[in-house]
Ligand binder design. Structure first.
Ligand SMILES: CC(C)(COP(=O)(O)OP(=O)(O)OC[C@H]1O[C@@H](n2cnc3c(N)ncnc32)[C@H](O)[C@@H]1OP(=O)(O)O)[C@@H](O)C(=O)NCCC(=O)NCCS
Length: 150
């Protein structure tokens, strides 16, 4: 089940910190846009989240996407992306995401139909107070990926 969060979003901080480990960075978008969560049954705990924001000019951006490690690799990340794609199609023309150039995330987005675009050099060196390591790789640049919303 996928539902939009009404009210306090901080209770989902553990999931949000899986996608972005620096709390100050999460605070930048925590209360912007829409936060969606997925659960296995109505009323059950959230096992995944996706936060999307209106970036103007018909562009919707995924600011955060995470699935509890216990449930990763079971299609929940893809289900969240397909949900927002269906929900916002017609009101936006593009779904984009900025992420570390990491072997854990870029191939996932590519499998979900995104293609690589602009690169923001040194983003992780300039905006984070400590090195961010994923799968043994230090993140340096941010890569934007996008897919049409239709
Ligand atoms: C990235 C993340 C959201 C993916 O969610 P998930 O539920 O594990 O992914 P899914 O099971 O929906 O995978 C969807 C597809 O991507 C593929 N995929 C997922 N991770 C992959 C990887 N590292 N390399 C290659 N393919 C990958 C899956 O095999 C699947 O392919 P298929 O449907 O064609 O068989 C999840 O691993 C996660 O929360 N990671 C930690 C937080 C994070 O890094 N968030 C992204 C930052 S914005």
């Amino acid at each position: 089940m996928i539902e939009r969060v009404e009210g306090d979003r901080r209770r989902f901080m553990p999931l949000l910190l899986l996608a972005d480990e620096q709390p100050e960075m999460v605070e930048r978008y925590l209360n912007r846009g829409d936060l969606w969560i997925c659960t296995q049954d109505a009323g059950a705990s959230a096992i995944g989240e996706c936060l999307v924001t209106d970036e103007g000019a018909g562009v919707l951006e995924i600011k955060s996407l995470a699935v509890d490690p216990v449930y990763q690799g079971k299609g929940y990340g893809r289900a969240l992306i397909e949900h927002v794609t269906r929900y916002y199609a017609g009101r936006f023309h593009t779904l984009q995401v900025g992420t570390g150039d990491s072997p854990l995330t870029v191939p996932f987005y590519e499998r979900c139909g995104f293609t690589r675009g602009t690169v923001v050099p040194n983003f992780f060196l300039e905006h984070y107070d400590h090195p961010i390591i994923e799968a043994g790789v230090q993140l340096v640049d941010m890569v934007y990926l996008s897919r049409p919303l239709r």
